[in-house]
Write a protein that binds this ligand. Structure first.
Ligand code: B16
Ligand code: MG
Length: 215
């Protein structure tokens, strides 16, 4: 058994909150007349909140915003986003995800979260799955965001394992790069499936079981 643990990215892997991110950023961008559409939102996948704002502000014309203004914008976006998150419930978790996680646990694998989101624990609680995870590493315990490997290295440290013993599951290229930079093998879904740095491209969440069984 090559891998002792699986470290899951949250947004885009376990659940899908990107539309809520979009609506919250859109509300902010509209208020400041900054062009922002779904295509722009795709650039923010896996990127931290503060870096996301910098990407959005590239389309802002006029006086640059001060650090204080940006801080307020980040707070405002997060308040809107959290209002949307309150709508989430265990119904937002697919059967495929929950059954795969339970299969992995019953086979003796340990499972962890490695997410850039500072709202990770809130989201996991809404989904009712916080207790399933042996370790949670998220935006609250890191100083550098993906593609820096810090979030996954912390998850491995919390599990007491080496990176080579953990498999990372990601949907974002920045997350796959973070895994590679930290010495982790990775499973890539969606945008990350055919990415050059992805170790195993997979079409569905349950294929993680094939990957761990074949290694
Ligand atoms: P928050 P992940 C990421 O989650 C999202 O993909 C990204 O769009 C978001 O900006 C980031 O979390 C920070 O989220 O504002 O909640 O701290 O894919 O790393 O699970
Ligand atoms: Mg993601």
């Amino acid at each position: 058994m090559k891998y002792k643990a699986i470290i899951f990215d949250l947004d885009g892997v376990i659940c899908f909150t990107d539309h809520y991110h979009y609506l919250a950023w859109k509300k902010l961008a509209d208020r400041f007349n900054i062009p922002f559409n779904e295509e722009d939102n795709n650039l923010l996948r896996g990127v931290s909140r503060a870096e996301s704002l910098e990407i959005i502000l590239r389309k802002h014309q006029g006086e640059p915003f001060s650090a204080e203004q940006k801080e307020k914008m980040l707070e405002e976006k997060n308040e809107t986003y959290k209002e949307y998150l309150k709508q989430m419930s265990p119904k937002d978790l697919s059967e495929e995800v929950i059954f795969t996680l339970l299969d992995l646990l019953s086979e003796g694998y340990r499972i962890a979260i490695g997410s850039s989101s500072k709202n990770t624990k809130f989201i996991l609680d809404r989904l009712g799955i916080t207790k399933l995870f042996d370790a949670i590493s998220d935006g609250t315990n890191i100083t550098r965001s993906k593609p820096d490997p810090e979030v996954f290295l912390k998850a491995a440290e919390y599990l007491g394992l080496e990176p080579a013993e953990c498999l990372v599951v990601e949907d974002a290229k920045a997350g796959i790069d973070a895994a590679k930079n930290g010495g982790f093998d990775s499973c890539g879904l969606l945008d990350a499936r055919d990415y050059v740095n992805t170790t195993y491209g997979i079409d569905s969440f349950k294929q993680i079981l094939d990957v761990v069984h074949n290694n």
